[in-house]
Design a binder for this molecule. Sequence first.
Ligand code: AMP
Ligand code: GLY
Length: 423
Amino acid sequence: MRVLVIGSGGREHTLVWKLAQDSCRPQLFCAPGNAGTTALATNLPIAAEDVPALLAWAKQNRPDLTVVGPEAPLCAGVVDAFADAGLRVFGPCRAAARMEGSKQFAKDVMRAAGVRTARAESFSDAAAAIRALAQFSLPVVIKADGLAAGKGVVIAATRDEAAQAIRSMLEQKIFGTAGATVLLEEFLDGEEASILALVDGERTALLPSSQDHKRVFDADQGPNTGGMGAYSPAPIVTPDLLPQIRDHIILPVVRELKRRGIVYQGLLYAGLMIGPRGPQVVEFNCRFGDPETEVVLPRLKGDLIPLLQACIDGTLSESLVRVRPEPCATVVMASGGYPGSYQKGIAITGLDDAAKLKDVCVFHAGTAMKDGAVVTSGGRVLAVTALGKDLKSAVGLAYEGVAAIRFVGAHFRKDIARRAFAR
Ligand code: AMP
Ligand code: GLY
């Protein structure tokens, strides 16, 4: 069996790593992949966003399954293009991917489905948006409607700051067309958690819960990043919450989409805020989370391909998901300067030493090969991951892995899973 994975981050290395263990021993391809995926897959020099080139390769090489990692190709319709060519592909079609591609669309669907989420209003006129600020208490959340690579959210402590964010999106157009509509949103209090839900158009099977660490510095200080670490399970997601999340969040959304003629097949990621009144939705993503995937997939027992196939075939059942009891943690090592600007091409040492540690897995996020050596090529460079008999051991092992690895400028959070330990 031949499987193509689209993307180049830690999520895709983890997908490749998990798929490589499937009992059918698939032949793997990764477009474009990174230095980590080269050990398990053939990297293809095709950008994840280049849908025509991906399609051309797939038409010629006929993979039996394609798994799409990032949101950009999903929102650009890569699944529709592959499906039209008779290729089997895991991921939502373009219309369904709007759950991530348009925050306004996601809010409409949630409203119609009766899913609890922050109150929001959308605007395309800056003056009208600024007038409406009076109706929101502080802090207030300002969001670009479209894809802004995780940078489109401002939590404004004052109305001046909010007005400035509105003007930067609607007038200065800092996010281009992605910011042509903005949402003003009520601020939600609580603790965040991520639920990755497999969906087959009708049914869902939730994967184990996890928690991301979005801010760059310890104690959740500093600017937002793509995610500086994660762990699974997240104890804030108590077992009684899982059926609630399935029945009052995931399934109502899937049904509402179906009512609109949109079949959601693939992974639906619910970013939740869990407060005293239970979970509310902060956002939906149309794909596996990153770095959540790095801690969720190692906890799955058995093969991944049958789960993905069941989503495509409409034969999903919860019994297909079997979970190992061991918790998993990942620590992201980032380039100096990230999430601001950073240098690339810096040599990384110690990867072999980290790999020798039992139960430690180093997933590459932003790496490349240069003259036979592994160098940095992105902001998030590595996701150093470990399973442990309990969360403390998993986190401890992941940090042992981090300690073995060096590159100039590397920084990482030292408090991964602190919320779980504080409980
Ligand atoms: P998003 O891109 O929608 O996930 O937002 C990025 C981050 O901003 C989230 O992970 C939250 O930490 C924060 N955030 C977004 N919306 C809200 C909200 N309504 N209330 C509180 N925090 C929020
Ligand atoms: N970890 C957040 C995301 O994948 O969007």
